[in-house]
Write a protein that binds this ligand. Structure first.
Ligand code: SAH
Ligand code: F3S
Length: 439
């Protein structure tokens, strides 16, 4: 009988990408098929995240529930992957001996080997090493699901911000080869993909060699990908302010396929806090990057990550973040209260701000950015936007798709525009969706 795998993904887009790869590999090598239901699975995988607090606790409590399932069905196998696995390693087996496999973000391709080893020895298997970029040479053919697809181009992070676990759980920055990226993109376009989202912790730290052994950077990679005719739009996430070179800024001016939108984490508007975070830029440096981007690409919208209540953040620092939000006019945010992570330098800092004050500050910045986003949406009325239509409501011939800046735009037409990228003149906003006509 065909075996079934159920995978539960926590955290970022990189984990989502990795989960898809795990399913593809298990399908290829072990003939597993994917199921959305835990209780019919032969293998249950948690692909975990440890970016903020309580992640480990949550994983252990979810594992506790699986133990009951395993008691009823002893042949059930349980695997823990991702960043909690990378951080905890053997500890997971000690605390939860019914777990059969522990693997890290860089060893997911070894899961079939771990399955074979466990079968031979009957012993739980742990592999959380960082075998360089080996993972990308061992992936199965990508399976597209729709017209948009993500492609991971680099792994890890070498920035070591004082609050962050990523360099420890995912390893140092390492770029995938140009060939393997291009091959994956071509394979996806053969399956109908026209929008590519380039993924990595710091995509603009990408460096590789081209066929003439000349070093290429992230902007060059975008150029290579945009030469593939079938690719109509390119996005990326996440980029880092310190890797924002002129080549990439120019790409926003010249490359027609690159979406007019950028997610560029700032974390705070206070230089004192930025220094404590070891971000290695000042607010003015960040602002000057945005000024250059706006000059190269008028109308570009910017979203960002914020950490509120970093140790030592005062009301004055918070006011600086508010000022920055207004000046840059951020369109969207991923903002969270600072969470001390074991093993990171910031975890040892004195933190005197009360939980209530942090919540108030977070609420304030989220409200402000939501209002700015709403104002940006209003400004889109009457403009022409490029929309990738990936959804059809047959009842009323209404197509739905996303603009470069992630707004959902609806168009009603008798013409079949599904899976196409088209220009739309925006005419109205109903409080949730924009509406328009094809031009
Ligand atoms: N490469 C990105 C960050 C990726 S981590 C960069 O340029 O900064 C994603 C986000 O998680 C970070 O931007 C940060 O806002 C948040 N984050 C990371 N560690 C955190 C912590 N200890 N507490 C709260 N938020 C955190
Ligand atoms: Fe984390 Fe800073 Fe890297 S936030 S992912 S260490 S850029």
């Amino acid at each position: 009988m065909t075996k079934k795998v159920h995978i539960k993904t926590f955290g970022c887009e990189m984990n989502q990408y990795d989960s898809n790869k795990i399913v593809e590999i298990l399908k290829d090598k072990n003939s597993f098929i994917k199921t959305n239901f835990e209780d019919e699975a032969d293998l249950i995988i948690f692909n975990t995240c440890s970016i903020r607090e309580k992640a480990e606790d949550k994983v252990y409590s979810e594992l506790g529930k699986l133990q009951k399932l395993k008691n009823k069905k002893p042949e059930l196998k349980i695997a823990v992957g991702g960043c909690v696995a990378s951080q905890e390693g053997e500890k997971i087996i000690k605390k939860a001996p019914y777990v059969d496999f522990v693997f890290g973000p860089q060893t997911l391709h070894r899961l079939p080997d771990l399955i074979a080893k466990e079968k031979r020895s009957g012993k739980s298997q742990v592999d959380i090493s960082f075998p360089s970029i080996e993972k990308f040479d061992n992936l199965s053919k990508p399976l597209a699901s729709g017209v948009s697809a993500s492609v991971s181009i680099m792994e890890g992070c070498s920035k070591y911000c004082s609050f962050c676990v990523v360099p420890y759980t995912r390893g140092e920055e390492i770029s995938r080869s140009l060939d393997s990226i291009i091959q994956e993109v071509i394979e996806l376009t053969k399956q109908g993909v026209i929008e590519i989202n380039l993924l990595g912790q710091n995509v603009n730290a990408y460096r590789s060699l081209n066929h003439n052994d000349i070093e290429i950077d992230f902007a060059d990679l975008i150029e290579y990908i945009s030469q593939i005719d079938e690719v109509k739009r390119i996005r990326f996430t996440t980029s880092h302010p310190n890797d924002m070179n002129d080549n990439l800024i120019e790409c926003f001016a010249k490359n027609k396929k690159l979406a007019k939108f950028i997610h560029l984490p700032i974390q705070s508007g206070s230089d004192k806090v930025l220094m404590g975070m070891k971000r290695n830029y000042t607010y003015l440096e960040y602002k000057s990057i945005i000024n250059k981007l706006q000059k190269a690409c008028p109308g570009i919208l910017v979203s960002s990550d914020f950490i509120i209540g970093f140790p030592g953040e005062t009301e004055i620092d918070h006011a600086k973040t508010i000022k920055a939000i207004k000046e840059i006019f951020f369109d969207y945010s991923y903002s969270f209260i600072y969470s001390p992570r074991p093993g990171t330098p910031a975890a040892y800092l004195n933190d005197e701000t009360s939980a209530d004050d942090k919540k108030t500050r977070l609420g304030e910045i989220q409200k402000l950015i939501l209002a700015q986003g709403a104002a940006n949406t209003q400004k889109m009325l009457g403009t022409i936007q490029r929309v990738l239509f990936d959804h059809l409501d047959e009842k009323n011939s209404t197509y739905k798709g996303k603009s470069d800046n992630n707004r959902i735009i609806k168009v009603t037409t008798e013409e079949n525009i599904l899976n196409q990228m088209l220009n739309v003149k925006v005419s109205s906003f109903d409080g949730k969706y924009l509406h328009g006509e094809i031009v």
